[in-house]
Design a protein around this ligand. Structure first.
Ligand SMILES: [Fe+2]
Length: 314
């Protein structure tokens, strides 16, 4: 079999210390609460999939695992083989673990940055039980399907090892890198796709320099998750709902220079951010060329005011 690649960002699981704040936060953005697991975890729904995020009330305000999807069981087996042959330690998920994630099968490992990583196939979907916006948000919907949940931006401690893991072993393709403005702050980013979404994964490569406003930003393993809304009106309305509710912003409304997404960033009750976007471009592997991109054309003004940081990981 040819080399196997991840097909999409399937789900993200994260721990939280304040479940009530998360319930309010999700409702403000217009994400559907799809009930609780036996252990109290909250399923968050964006589409026909049973969930796209799982919120665990375990007090750890950071990512618990990222679930990357492959097409089917043969691909999962081939992926397991691919990883093992390169010396990656993997564990096979038990039937109980698969049931808990509501998938048909999974393997588990750690990425080079210590992020628990799951690769799975066969998520539970239910057509006719599509996304329903919580009131009063009235969100028309989220762009998912074969493009997956959205994108995850992770804090990378070893760029070379991370590049090897995600690019060579999981099959991600680089979209572009962003250095100019970020480099002055001691930061750089690299963006990767696994389907036509411009990026499903990005690396936040280095730590902010002392003296920059970003220095005080909580350095979580998870920098942010992007969720793409169907319409610009969805984004605009969410922007104003967040302002009315006093949700802390990380960046104002703006357009990105690389994926061309119009978006804003709000800080979750766990200290990492969610980017709510619209209009992101797609890429075609047949013609795509990697570029180095510069500043955003407008907006995305960074907010140096952060909510109190209880647990700062550096
Ligand atoms: Fe983003």
């Amino acid at each position: 079999m040819d080399k196997v690649s991840i097909s999409q960002l399937g789900y993200v699981g994260h721990g939280v210390s304040n479940m009530t704040a998360w319930e309010d936060f999700a409702a403000t953005l217009g994400i559907q609460d799809n009930g609780r697991d036996k252990d109290g975890a909250m399923f968050l729904k964006l589409d026909e999939n049973h969930h796209r995020m799982i919120v665990h009330p375990n007090g750890n305000d950071d990512v618990s695992y990222i679930g990357w999807q492959v097409a089917n069981e043969p691909q999962l087996k081939a992926m397991a083989q691919q990883l093992k042959s390169e010396g990656v330690e993997i564990m096979y998920g038990t039937p109980d673990e698969a049931k808990k994630r509501r998938v048909m099968g999974l393997i588990k490992m750690e990425d080079p940055n210590g992020i628990p990583t799951e690769i799975f196939y066969g998520p539970e979907v239910s057509y006719g039980n599509d996304f329903k916006s919580p009131a009063p948000a009235n969100v028309s919907g989220w762009v998912t399907g074969v493009l997956g949940t959205g994108h995850a931006v992770i804090t990378v401690t070893d760029y070379e090892k991370s590049l090897h893991f995600y690019q060579d072993l999981l099959g991600f393709r680089m979209s572009d890198i962003m250095m100019s403005r970020l480099q002055e702050r001691g930061m750089g980013m690299a963006f990767f796709h696994c389907n036509p979404r411009h990026h499903s994964l990005a690396f936040m490569v280095t730590k902010p320099r002392e003296g920059t406003p970003q220095y005080n930003m909580p350095q979580k393993k998870l920098n942010h998750i992007m969720l793409q809304m169907n319409t610009l009106d969805d984004v605009g309305a969410a922007y104003y709902r967040c302002q009315e509710k006093g949700v802390a912003f990380r960046m104002s409304l703006g357009r990105h220079g690389n994926d061309q997404m119009v978006s804003f960033y709000v800080i979750t009750p766990s200290g990492w951010a969610i980017e709510c976007g619209w209009g992101g471009r797609t890429v075609d592997d047949a013609t795509w060329q990697v570029t180095t991109t510069a500043d955003d054309p407008w907006g995305h003004v960074f907010n140096p005011q952060f909510p109190p940081i209880t647990a700062r990981v550096r």
